[in-house]
Design a protein around this ligand. Structure first.
Ligand SMILES: [Cu+2]
Length: 117
């Protein structure tokens, strides 16, 4: 009896620990996308949820409040990105919910794909 209770306690502790790590990753509640971004095979095209905070048409940048970007090793934050296509600057405006694919292009973090939600 005593032994089996201890085993249960260990199992609960282990489950609790992994549950916490899982929750940290899933802050955006878009589980499938985050799960995909952690899988190398399908991570190449994973999109991340973001909110447009500012569009700088002359500078060619879009400021995003973005979720974790696993492929460039970045946690969630708000920052400006270079837009790969000038057309992206016209597609979105402040406050838009978008999905983005950010990649390091010649040392500059660049939005290579942008999809309005
Ligand atoms: Cu960032």
């Amino acid at each position: 009896m005593k032994k089996s209770m201890m085993l249960s306690a260990v199992l609960v502790a282990a489950t609790g620990a992994s549950g916490t790590a899982f929750a940290d990753d899933m802050s955006g509640m878009k589980m499938s996308d985050d799960a995909m971004s952690h899988t190398p095979a399908s991570g190449n095209t994973a999109m991340t949820d973001a909110v447009v905070r500012h569009v700088d048409a002359s500078g060619g940048t879009i400021t995003l409040k973005h979720g974790a970007l696993a492929n460039v090793g970045m946690p969630a934050m708000t920052m400006a990105f270079k837009a790969k296509d000038a057309a992206m600057l016209k597609e979105v405006k402040e406050g838009d919910n978008v999905k983005v694919r950010v990649e390091n292009v010649d040392g500059a973090l660049t939005i290579v794909k942008l999809a309005k939600q």
